[in-house]
Design a binder for this molecule. Structure first.
Ligand code: NAD
Ligand code: ZN
Length: 259
């Protein structure tokens, strides 16, 4: 893509956003790649290197919650997980996270649905944030959906128990085989239904249900804008694609929308 193509795409995207009533961002691991957090799939992805994790993680948690917590608290138990955590712990929000937070402050962006678990949107100042796969810095009750910072609990006695309802606490990150918490999925569908323009940033759009939200938007007559250096299954339904790194392109979009 030439510089002119990129500039034309930014102009078109910003015009479409300015005309929209309810812009929602759908975000994936690519947005945090420039913060030094590896994606899971594709070139340089963690799973491409170490293989995919167990597909029945939640079942394993329910079968032995204390054993699951012991394993979680032991950095030697899973070196790939530890590498991912260390990358997250040393990461800072990048210009793409700041651009989304700024679009929200400008009143342009109505909600951000992120698949990322790294807390970088919060740290950049996003408020209308739906963390569909949870947040690595938190724990959640499997009964009442209460969420707390991980640091608020001691892990001397395992498994930790919800102080509100007595059910099991687990890491907030949604595991394979685990239902997305009902309040979270409801909020996503509400946004997808209201949305007339969805900006899909840094996701390969292969993990459902998040990958299905753009189709909900287009079925309601809305449009898809994509921000990704690589083609994805969603590229063919996007009215415009910003082909490049989100950290370079989203701030340009903000600049143009500011006028
Ligand atoms: P993915 O790993 O499947 O795909 C990443 C996408 O980002 C690719 O399409 C790639 O082309 C694109 N990309 C790479 N660099 C980019 C950049 N600089 N700017 C914009 N796009 C860029 O990620 P996914 O679709 O989010 O699915 C993986 C799942 O794993 C997610 O659901 C998420 O829960 C989890 N995950 C989270 C993190 C995190 O919290 N940072 C990191 C890895 C994976
Ligand atoms: Zn509870």
């Amino acid at each position: 893509m030439t510089l002119q193509d990129t500039e034309a795409a930014i102009r078109l995207a910003s015009d479409l956003i300015a005309e929209s009533d309810h812009l929602v961002a759908l975000v994936g691991a690519g947005l945090s790649a420039e913060s030094g957090i590896p994606t899971f799939r594709g070139a340089g992805g963690l799973w491409s290197k170490v293989g995919e994790p167990s597909m029945n993680g939640y079942e394993q948690f329910l079968a032995d919650p204390a054993g699951w917590w012991e394993n979680q608290l032991d950095p030697a138990a899973d070196p790939a997980r530890t590498e991912f955590r260390e990358a997250i712990d040393s990461a800072e929000p990048n210009p793409a996270h700041h651009a989304l937070a700024e679009l929200e402050r400008m009143g342009v962006l109505k909600a951000t649905i992120t698949q990322n678990v790294d807390d970088l949107h919060n740290r950049a100042g996003s408020k209308r944030l739906i963390e569909i796969h949870g947040n690595r810095t938190k724990v959640r009750c499997i009964g009442c959906e209460g969420r707390w910072s991980r640091d608020e609990f001691s892990y001397d006695a395992l498994p930790p128990i919800c102080p509100k309802c007595g059910e099991l606490l687990k890491g907030d990150t949604v595991m394979f085989g685990e239902p997305i918490p009902p309040s979270v999925i409801d909020a996503c569908y509400r946004e997808a239904t209201l949305c007339d323009c969805i900006m899909v940033c840094g996701t390969s759009a292969t993990v459902y249900p998040a990958a299905g939200f753009p189709q909900i938007v287009t079925s309601g007559g809305g449009i898809v804008i994509e921000v990704n250096p690589n083609p994805t299954p969603l590229s063919r339904i996007a009215v415009v694609t910003l082909r490049g790194a989100a950290g370079a392109l989203l701030p340009k979009l903000v600049e143009r929308l500011r006028g």
